[in-house]
Design a protein around this ligand. Structure first.
Ligand code: ADP
Ligand code: MG
Length: 695
C-alpha cells in the first residue's frame, strides 16, 4: 500500500464511508495518517467521591444506595432524567442520566460499580452526569493509557477512525525513512513508523511528546527547505522594466481624510523603491489588524496602473474579495483614481466570466480583484505586473510556478496581520523582505478587554443585548461546530456553535442570531456573512472561520467561549474583528477551566494589545505538553506543528534545512547519496505534487 493510494484500498472502507472521510478532508492514506489526534483521553486512577472536582471527568467505584427513579420534564417533550445515589467510604453523590431511562435496568440497589463521567456541582452537591459504566477489566485495560481523540463527523466515530488507523500503520511499509541515520541521531528524532505509532497510539505521554517532536520537525523541515528553494528563485528574478515614481500617489496621500502614520510612510517608501529597482519585489508587510495595510495596497496599485500595467489584489475568501472590491470602487470614485476594477470570483456565471477574462486579456481593465480563482482560472493577463495578497501568509510554490508558466514576472506584495516574532519570521519568510508597520493610527479607541469565568455569562449576554439595542452587533466564538460525543479528561467542556445558537436564541428572543461554521456550504457561509455585514443579523455565533479578515465596523462585542483552549496569538486575531469602526469595542474572554495557569496566560491579552508582544508571550508560556486541541486556524496551516509552541523545533529544523540544502548546493545541485532519499521525497511529494503551503 502506498501513501498516495485512496483510503478505499483499506478493508471496510467503501464508497459510503469514504464520503464521510472526505468530509474530514481525508482522501488518501497519507491524509489518514496525518489526521492527528486533537488530544488524548487519559484514564486516571479511581478517586474517592470526597475528592471529586466539578467540571472534571473522574472515575469512582461506589455502591448504589437508592433505587433509580425517572422523572420527565413538564415543558419539554421526551426529556427524561434518571437519578440515584451512590456511596463509597468517603462520601455520597448523585448519578444522573438524561434521556436514558433504560439505565435503570443496568443498576441494582446495593451493588458496586465503576462510573466514569463528568462531575457537576448542583445545589452545592457533586453529581456525575451520564457516566459510563465500566467493568473492572475495561478499567484496568485503560487506566493510565492515552486514547486518541480524533476530529470526527456524524457517522464516523473515533473508534472507526482508530481502527482504520491501526490497519494503515500496519499495512504501509515504512522501511525507508527519508531522514538519514545521522540526521535522526543529531536531532534526536524517532524513525517514521515509531513516530506514527507514538502519535496515534502512545504508550505514555513521553512517547507521545517524542513522536510529536519528530513529526513537527519534519513538517517544519520540508517547509523551510521549500522556502530556501523559493528564496534562490527570487534572488535570480531580475526586474527588466523598473517602474517610475508617480505624483498621483502623493496626491492621493494628501487627499486622504487622515495622515499616514510614520510607519505607513516608511513601508510605502520601501515598496516604491522595490518596484523601481532592478530586482522584482518580494515583500511581506506585517502589520497588526487595523494598522492600515489596505491603503498601502491601493497606493501600490495606483503606481502600477499609472505605469500602464495591470495589478491583481487577492483575498483568501470571496466575502473578503467582495469587501475589497467595494472599497476600491468607492476610492476610485471619491478620488478619481484611474482604476478600472473588476471582481473575479467563482460566483460569476460562465458568460460573465468569459467577458471578464476577455477584458483582462485585452487590457481594458487594470485592477483585478478576487480570490485565488484569479490564478486558477485560465486567465490571460494583458500585462500583469503586481500581485498583492491580503491576509494570506504564504504565497505557495504552485502560485509562483503558475505565473512563471504564463510568462509573467510580477512584483509580489504579501500582507499579513499575524504578528510573528522576528526570529521566527526570518525562518518562515526567509524568501521575502519583511516590512513591519509598528504603529497604529492614533485615532483608535483601544478595545476594552476582560477575562472572566463562566459565572459572568449572564452579564455578558445582557451587555450584548444593550449594545445591540444601541444599534451595534456582536460575535460569539465557540471552538466546536456540534456537540462532541467524546470528551477529554481534565479538559473543560467545549461549547459548540449549534447548541449555543439555540440557547442564545431562547435567552435573547428579540435579537437576530445566526450560526456560522466551516462545515457549511460556502454559498451559505457567504450569504450569512453578507447578512451580518448588512446588519440583517445582530449576533453571529461562529467558529474561528471568521478569524481571517472579516471587516464589519459596526460590530463592537467579541465574546469568546473556551478562551483557555486557544493560543494567545489566535485570540488576538479574533479580538481584531472588533474595534474597526468609530465605536468603543469590547472583548470578553470566557475562561471555562479552573486551571490557574490558564488565567495567567489569558491575562496577557488583558494587559496588552500589541500583537508582537502577545505572540512572544504565547511562545514563552507554552510547553511541549500543551496541546490546545484547537488548531491555530487561519494562517499557517501546519498539520501538526505550531510555530509558537514549537518555536525550538522550528529553529532546529532551520539548522537542519541549512545543512541539507548546503550539501545539495555543494554537490552541484545533486542530492548527495546520503540524503538522496530525503530529496527524492521532497521532489515527489512537496516541491510539485503537494501544495503543502496552504495559503
Ligand atoms: P488592516 O491593516 O487591518 O488591513 P485597514 O487597512 O483595513 O487595516 O485599516 C483600517 C481602517 O483604518 C480603515 O478604515 C482605514 O481607512 C483607516 N486608516 C488607515 N490608515 C489610517 C491612518 N493613518 N490614520 C487613520 N485611519 C487610518
Ligand atoms: Mg486588511
Amino acid at each position: 500500500m502506498k501513501l498516495t493510494d485512496s483510503i478505499t484500498e483499506l478493508n471496510g472502507i467503501g464508497e459510503k464511508t469514504a464520503a464521510l472521510y472526505a468530509k474530514l478532508n481525508i482522501h488518501t492514506i497519507r491524509d489518514l495518517i496525518t489526521h492527528y489526534p486533537r488530544g488524548y483521553d487519559e484514564w486516571q486512577d479511581i478517586v474517592g467521591i470526597g475528592e471529586l472536582k466539578a467540571q472534571q471527568i473522574n472515575t469512582i467505584k461506589a455502591t448504589v444506595i437508592s433505587n433509580p427513579a425517572t422523572s420527565y420534564a413538564r415543558n419539554r417533550r421526551n426529556m427524561s432524567m434518571t437519578s440515584f445515589k451512590v456511596r463509597d467510604e468517603s462520601e455520597v453523590c448523585d448519578i444522573v442520566y438524561f434521556n436514558m431511562p433504560y439505565m435503570k435496568n443496568n443498576i441494582q440497589l446495593g451493588k458496586q460499580y465503576i462510573f466514569r463521567g463528568r462531575v457537576y456541582l448542583k445545589n452545592n452537591k457533586m453529581a456525575m452526569e451520564n457516566p459510563k459504566l465500566v467493568s473492572q477489566e475495561e478499567f484496568e485495560q485503560k487506566v493510565h493509557r492515552l486514547a486518541p481523540i480524533y476530529p470526527t463527523t456524524k457517522g464516523l466515530s473515533i473508534n472507526a477512525i482508530s481502527k482504520a488507523m491501526r490497519a494503515v500503520i500496519n499495512a504501509v511499509s515504512f522501511d525507508e525513512d527519508y531522514f538519514a541515520e545521522d540526521i535522526r541521531k543529531k536531532y534526536n528524532l524517532m524513525d517514521y513508523k515509531s513516530a506514527l505509532t507514538g502519535i496515534h497510539f502512545p504508550g505514555s505521554r513521553d512517547e507521545m511528546i517524542a513522536a510529536r517532536q519528530r513529526l513537527v520537525f519534519e513538517e517544519f523541515l520540508f517547509f523551510i527547505v521549500s522556502v530556501m528553494v523559493l528564496k534562490e528563485m527570487a534572488v535570480r528574478d531580475v526586474n527588466d522594466s523598473p517602474m517610475m515614481r508617480v505624483d498621483a500617489c502623493n496626491e492621493l496621500i494628501s487627499k486622504l481624510p487622515y495622515k499616514l502614520t510614520d510607519a505607513q510612510k516608511s513601508v510605502w517608501a520601501q515598496i516604491e523603491d522595490d518596484m523601481c529597482s532592478t530586482r522584482l519585489m518580494n515583500r511581506l508587510v506585517q502589520g497588526d489588524v487595523g494598522s492600515g495595510k489596505t491603503i498601502l495596497a491601493i497606493l501600490s496599485m495606483l503606481m502600477c496602473v499609472m505605469n500602464h500595467y495591470q495589478a491583481a489584489f487577492m483575498a483568501p475568501t470571496e466575502v473578503l474579495a467582495n469587501q475589497h472590491y467595494a472599497s476600491v470602487l468607492e476610492l476610485t470614485e471619491k478620488y478619481g483614481l484611474p482604476f478600472k476594477p473588476v471582481l473575479l470570483t467563482s460566483a460569476l456565471n460562465a458568460k460573465q466570466k468569459r467577458r471578464l477574462k476577455e477584458s483582462i486579456s485585452l487590457g481594458t481593465v487594470n485592477v483585478i480583484i478576487g480570490t485565488q480563482a484569479i490564478l486558477q482560472n485560465d486567465v490571460d493577463f494583458y500585462n500583469l505586473r503586481l500581485v498583492i495578497t491580503d491576509e494570506q501568509h504564504r504565497f505557495g510554490v504552485k502560485q509562483r510556478e503558475t505565473f512563471t508558466q504564463k510568462g509573467i514576472q510580477p512584483h509580489i506584495l504579501v500582507m499579513s496581520a499575524t504578528p510573528i516574532p522576528r526570529t521566527l519570521a526570518l525562518i518562515l519568510y526567509g524568501d521575502l523582505d519583511i516590512s513591519v508597520i509598528k504603529e497604529m493610527p492614533s485615532n483608535r479607541l483601544p478595545i476594552r478587554t476582560c477575562v472572566v469565568n463562566t459565572a459572568y455569562r449572564k452579564n455578558a449576554y445582557k451587555f450584548i443585548e444593550k449594545e445591540v439595542n444601541a444599534g451595534r452587533q456582536a460575535y460569539v466564538i465557540c471552538p466546536m461546530v456540534e456537540a462532541a460525543d467524546d470528551e477529554i479528561a481534565g479538559e473543560s467542556i467545549l461549547e459548540n456553535v449549534i447548541d449555543y445558537t439555540k440557547k442564545l436564541k431562547a435567552l435573547l428572543p428579540k435579537l437576530r442570531i445566526e450560526a456560522l461554521h466551516g462545515q457549511m456550504k460556502s454559498a451559505l457561509k457567504n450569504s450569512i456573512i453578507e447578512d451580518f455585514a448588512a446588519h440583517n443579523i445582530d449576533v453571529l455565533v461562529s467558529t474561528t472561520v471568521i478569524e481571517v479578515g472579516i471587516n464589519v465596523p459596526n460590530a463592537t462585542v467579541m465574546l469568546i467561549e473556551n478562551a483557555e483552549r486557544f493560543g494567545l496569538a489566535q485570540l488576538h486575531q479574533l479580538r481584531g474583528r472588533v474595534g474597526r469602526g468609530d465605536y468603543q469595542s469590547y472583548c470578553i474572554f470566557i475562561n471555562c477551566s479552573s486551571q490557574e495557569n490558564a488565567t495567567e496566560r489569558l491575562e496577557v491579552l488583558n494587559k496588552s494589545n500589541d500583537g508582537f508582544f502577545i505572540s512572544s508571550e504565547d511562545m514563552r508560556l507554552r510547553g511541549p505538553g500543551d496541546l490546545f486541541g484547537i488548531r491555530q486556524s487561519g494562517q499557517f496551516h501546519f498539520s501538526i506543528g505550531d510555530i509558537y509552541q514549537d518555536a525550538d523545533i522550528l529553529q532546529n529544523a532551520q539548522k537542519c534545512a541549512a545543512e541539507l540544502y548546503g550539501a545539495y548546493i555543494e554537490n552541484d545541485r545533486q542530492p548527495p547519496d546520503k540524503y538522496e532519499r530525503f530529496w527524492r521525497y521532497y521532489e515527489d511529494n512537496i516541491s510539485s505534487g503537494v501544495d503543502f503551503i496552504n495559503i
